[in-house]
Design a protein around this ligand. Structure first.
Ligand code: C2E
Ligand code: CA
Ligand code: CA
Ligand code: CA
Length: 272
């Protein structure tokens, strides 16, 4: 009772009250955004060791009527706590499948694989496998053209269920990578049991000279487990050279290409 009393007092603190109001206003605007077609996907190119384009990562943007382009860092956390990530995530998957399918006749873009970020709640939902396959089938897109990016923290609960879902989707051809690798729970034990295509080295390690040893360990782990290793957030030539020297095979970052609208991605990288 005492704890509840303290909670009530806090609620009537004006700053706290304002924060609660702002939160629910943002939540309402997020709901409008879903209905009002205010979301859009950007794509950031990914490259192999020869700097040949290998695909791209689909990144969500919110085209807000007054505030302009809002990045996912400003609304994904609330979307996750409010449950709105379910309709938003479904839209992202469907839109990514549609847009990638539309590039099918391009001699370059029509062969590559594109990543989509998946939140924990999406993967833990009982219908996730069926919804993902429906999005692919709805767009008539071969499942191997999409790679789902998961974070390590996803494996903190329902591990067996998650592993089962991943194997089912993998069986259909869908690829998986572990995002922000090294920043989460690092259940190295599970790594062998997951049908993974790649590990993505978190940009905090790529950008910090003190983290060289960690980068080396992740690259070595990838080699041992026969996984692709992608370095994220490569911003400078020195970082690229350092990674290449350590045997990294794939890169993503502002140095090589920023996230851009899909029409711009198509104009820039399509086959001619
Ligand atoms: P992430 O999956 O780790 O995506 C990489 C982020 O790093 C992107 O930020 C990208 O724009 C940024 N980035 C890429 N290269 C560089 C670089 O060289 N330097 C720096 N400083 N940053 C770079 P963005 O687009 O703001 O996305 C932030 C996070 O939001 C993503 O992190 C991802 O966790 C989440 N997110 C984005 N789209 C979706 C989505 O459709 N669904 C879900 N669930 N989460 C998403
Ligand atoms: Ca990602
Ligand atoms: Ca990442
Ligand atoms: Ca991240």
């Amino acid at each position: 009772a005492k704890a509840a009393g303290r909670g009530m007092l806090r609620f009537f603190d004006p700053a706290m009250q304002r924060a609660v109001e702002e939160r629910s206003a943002l939540e309402a605007r997020l709901r409008d955004a879903i209905g009002g077609k205010q979301f859009t996907l950007y794509c950031q190119p990914q490259f192999d060791a020869d700097l040949t384009l290998t695909g791209g990562e689909m990144l969500l943007r919110w085209q807000h009527p007054e505030r302009g382009l809002v990045g996912p860092g400003d609304f994904i956390p609330l979307a996750e706590t409010s449950g709105l990530i379910m309709p938003i995530g479904a839209w992202v998957l469907e839109e990514a499948c549609r847009r990638v399918a539309a590039w099918r006749d391009d001699p370059i873009l029509g062969r590559l694989c594109y990543s989509v970020n998946i939140s924990a709640q999406q993967l833990h939902h009982p219908d996730f496998v069926q919804q993902t396959l429906a999005a692919l089938q709805g767009a008539d897109l071969p499942p191997g053209r999409i790679c789902l990016e998961l974070t390590e923290s996803l494996l903190a609960q329902n591990v067996e269920d998650v592993i089962g879902k991943m194997h089912t989707l993998r069986h259909h051809g869908v690829c998986f990578s572990i995002d922000d690798f090294g920043t989460g729970y690092s259940s190295l034990n599970y790594l062998r049991r997951l049908p993974l295509y790649a590990l993505k080295i978190d940009q905090s390690f790529v950008q910090d000279e003190q983290s060289e040893a960690i980068v080396e360990v992740i690259i070595a782990l990838g080699k041992k487990l026969d996984l692709h290793v992608i370095a994220e957030g490569v911003e400078t030539q020195a970082q690229l050279d350092g990674l290449a020297g350590k045997g990294c095979q794939a890169y993503q970052g502002y140095l090589l290409g920023k996230p851009m609208p899909l029409a711009a991605f198509h104009d820039k990288y399509r086959g001619r």
